[in-house]
Design a protein around this ligand. Structure first.
Ligand SMILES: Cc1ncc(COP(=O)(O)O)c(C=O)c1O
Length: 488
């Protein structure tokens, strides 16, 4: 260790890199055999890290050994084929390398001259993503941490552009009539959070009832807009779901675009989960209208299989972002007369310092090619249909939702006759499966009913993974049946 800086000498550093590469390889060696979840009570995990502030450094080999034991070997199995909870993608090997390279050069993608190559790469990723989804006229965008931030960004642009004439950036919302936002009941909770943060307030989010397929009821939407107008509200934004988190439902985006146009509203699409699936030829009809959005949230750490974090907001042009976010500051004013093409990301988004999220996305797109990535998205969808088919064909499960995308909801019914028993076993299954750890699955509520929800956004899953999931659920349910039963 060199005492004049924090650096190791080259030989020591090479050794550290080789040792860490070994840890990476080990994760891949045990991909299918490792548990999807390693259950340890919270207090036990906290105790592993309960130590004093380290005033002196430790040997890096010993440090890696500690990381291996406490972190790598206990990590939730997002990489492997037995993860079904939330929307977890498995990452790509090329991204692992990209993250290390990005950390090495430690670029700050804010002012163009602080990260020339990565700034251009980010612009390219934005353009390629739009092109991949057939959105050639979405020419502006910015990478953010994920779907929540991408929706917040889109809705911030919506608010700042729609109310620009009232000087909303300077005066705030004070004195303006309350403006209302519309989305299906199934909309993701990050939209509530966004409206809260934007000062619009969640009371102004009109959650419109859905049809049996969980898409927005267009008639109910228009009725609500008309009622709000009559009551002095200012309807200003409609949000379409391009894949809901619960069931992957895709709203009728074309009809929503028409409604937005009719009532002169901003049209934002939450495509965090399903947006990138618009690239599939098989889903062109479902995504009709996507190109009519004013802003779209997408997520590379979902269906581009990137490691966390990587989301993106696409908009029609850079100017809407600049009008939303530009803030002059003397210490940032570095315009160069002779090089006017530089895009300053700090002028087009909230963050000033930003990491090089685009490198891993760009490298993955180039290394695998969009065709192969699309094949993986299609495989996920086919496997979700396979799961739905399996569930329908057996007598001890019942299907609760079948999606155009890769999420399937179902219940274990065993040989129970009574509804109360089925509700009880499914509710207890989630905790039991978490403790068992062979698969990781969570639940949700559909039409007020608790269901198991399997999301399959992982290019490493195969048919056998699905068979395994159902068998593990069966086995775990049987162990629960032997526990003392509640009396109904
Ligand atoms: C439809 C939808 N929108 C938004 C989000 C939030 O994305 P993130 O977790 O990346 O913030 C999710 C996450 O699952 C989602 O499925």
């Amino acid at each position: 260790m060199n005492n004049n800086s924090l650096d190791l000498n080259q030989q020591e550093f090479a050794q550290l890199l080789a040792q860490s590469a070994q840890l990476v390889l080990e994760q891949f060696e045990q991909l299918t055999s490792a548990k999807a979840y390693h259950y340890h009570p919270q207090q036990e995990v906290a105790a592993w890290f309960d130590e004093a502030l380290p005033l002196e450094g430790m040997d890096t080999e010993a440090l890696l050994a500690e990381v291996r034991k406490k972190v790598m070997h206990t990590a939730t199995g997002n990489l492997g084929p037995n993860m079904y909870a939330y929307v977890m993608a498995g990452g790509t090997q090329v991204s692992i390398v990209a993250e290390q390279l990005a950390a090495t050069i430690n670029q700050n993608v804010t002012k163009w001259h602080l990260a020339p190559a990565i700034s251009e790469i980010e612009k390219r990723v934005i353009q390629w993503s739009a092109e991949m989804m057939g959105l050639e006229d979405m020419t502006g965008g910015v990478m953010v941490s994920g779907g929540s931030a991408a929706n917040l960004t889109g809705l911030t642009v919506a608010r700042n552009i729609a109310f620009e004439k009232f000087g909303v950036r300077k005066k705030g919302l004070f004195g303006l009539p309350p403006f209302t936002v519309y989305a299906a009941q199934e909309v993701h909770g990050c939209v509530d959070k966004s409206l809260d943060l934007l000062g619009i307030g969640t009371d102004q989010l009109r959650k419109i009832r859905t049809l049996p397929d969980f898409t927005i009821d267009l008639q109910a939407l228009e009725e609500q807009i008309i009622v709000d107008q009559a009551n002095g509200f200012h309807p200003f934004c409609v949000i379409g779901n391009a894949g809901t988190v619960n069931t992957g439902a895709i709203d009728d985006l074309d009809a929503l675009a028409a409604i937005a146009k009719k009532y002169e509203m901003w049209f934002h699409i939450d495509g965090a989960y399903g947006g990138l699936a618009a690239s599939l030829g098989s889903l062109q009809a479902e995504y009709k209208g996507l190109s009519k959005a004013d802003s779209i949230a997408i997520d590379f750490h979902k269906w581009l299989y990137q490691p966390f974090e990587a989301g993106c907001t696409l908009v029609k042009n850079w100017d809407t972002l600049r009008r939303t976010y530009f803030k002059k500051a003397d210490y940032l004013d570095t315009a160069l007369e002779e090089d006017r093409g530089r895009l300053e990301f700090n002028e087009h988004t909230f963050q000033l310092s930003r990491n090089a999220k685009a490198l891993k996305v760009w490298m993955s797109m180039k290394a695998y090619g969009i065709r192969r990535i699309k094949d993986m998205i299609q495989k996920d969808i086919d496997l979700a249909h396979y799961l739905a088919d399996q569930v329908e064909q057996v007598s001890d499960f019942e299907l609760k939702s079948r999606s155009e995308l890769a999420v399937t909801c179902f219940r274990y019914t065993g040989n129970f006759d009574r509804e109360a028993e089925i509700i009880d076993i499914n509710a207890r299954l989630i905790a039991a499966l978490e403790k068992d750890g062979r698969v990781f699955i969570t639940g949700t509520r559909l039409n007020d009913e608790f269901v198991l929800r399997a999301c399959l956004t992982n290019h490493r899953k195969q048919k056998e993974s699905i068979d395994y999931l159902l068998n593990v659920i069966r086995e775990t349910a049987k162990t629960l049946q032997h526990e003392p039963q509640p009396s109904y």
